[in-house]
Design a protein around this ligand. Structure first.
Ligand code: NAD
Length: 260
């Protein structure tokens, strides 16, 4: 479906971003990886994707909190593959604390990484997408782009913000081949969530399994985690021709979380 196209997925060295990058590679797209991690492991991950799917890959380690590094990453993608056809703004971090205790530097980092980075990549990717009259921008928001949860002020603010950015980007490009949509996952068992499972297990003297169940039962009626593979399939659909009139939506895949 995406032979000859290039997908850049921020934060694709782990979790949801990696799951989405693999789905696009499976469909023939060249992949620009981004994210932190051990250099050897990132090299091995690229080798695996190249050999499994026969696509080209590249990696840029830009820190999504730094606009100059984001600009360098977008130049790198243009030089390497002639531009970005599919942009997935996925990199994100979490911190949990009441508003009055929330560390200011954590607030700034979450707004920069989970929200402002998507503004920068989007503004830099759009001119070439518009020139080709084809492009797909996917913002990995969260159910927290639609509803709130206590102790997640920065995350919820950033995710509501990225849903807003999604709508405006979609409207400014409503006529033509460039679409922008958001995906809003519920709980997905990635390192970002495992930290919250660990914290709950420690606070409430629970086993790992009990802490997972407690987390899910509070918010996610299905009682199961969403998987990166399922999110990858939704991302593929939103990048297909069938979805060319899906514009500016915030599409939740959340085991029923937001239906309550
Ligand atoms: P993860 O921790 O497994 O992966 C996060 C990725 O972002 C990693 O590749 C990491 O290296 C990268 N990253 C972190 N800070 C970065 C920075 N400053 N610059 C560049 N890369 C950086 O987390 P995940 O759960 O896969 O989360 C991915 C996205 O999905 C995030 O935006 C998160 O908010 C969102 N999300 C996750 C869940 C969930 O339950 N896991 C639910 C809803 C939304």
């Amino acid at each position: 479906m995406h032979q000859g196209k290039t997908a850049l997925v921020t934060g694709s060295t782990s979790g949801i971003g990696l799951g989405i990058a693999r789905k696009f590679a499976e469909q023939g797209a060249n992949i620009v990886f981004n994210g932190f991690g051990d250099a050897g492991e990132i090299e091995a991950l690229q080798t695996q994707v190249r050999s499994e799917f026969g696509v080209q890959t590249a990696y840029h380690g830009a820190d999504m909190s730094k606009p100059a590094e984001i600009e360098a990453m977008m130049r790198f993608a243009a030089e390497k593959f002639g531009g970005v056809d599919i942009l997935v703004n996925n990199a994100g971090i979490q911190h949990v604390a009441n508003v009055e205790d929330f560390p200011v530097e954590k607030w700034d980092a979450i707004i920069a990484i989970n929200l402002s980075s998507a503004f920068h990549t989007t503004r830099l990717a759009l001119p070439a997408m518009k020139a080709k009259n084809w492009g797909r921008i996917l913002n990995i928001a969260s159910v927290h782009g639609l509803v709130g949860s206590a102790q997640k002020s920065a995350y919820v603010a950033a995710k509501h913000g990225i849903v807003g950015l999604t709508k405006v980007t979609a409207l400014e490009n409503a006529q033509g081949g460039v679409t922008c949509n958001a995906i809003c996952p519920g709980w997905v068992l990635t390192p970002l969530v495992q930290k919250q499972v660990d914290a709950r297990a420690a606070q409430q003297s629970l086993s790992n399994d009990e802490a997972k169940k407690a987390l899910l039962s509070e918010k996610q009626p299905s009682g199961d985690f969403v998987t990166p593979e399922q999110l990858g399939e939704l991302a593929l659909f939103l990048c297909s021709d069938a979805a060319s009139q899906v514009r500016g939506v915030a599409w939740n895949m959340d085991g029923g979380w937001v239906a309550q």
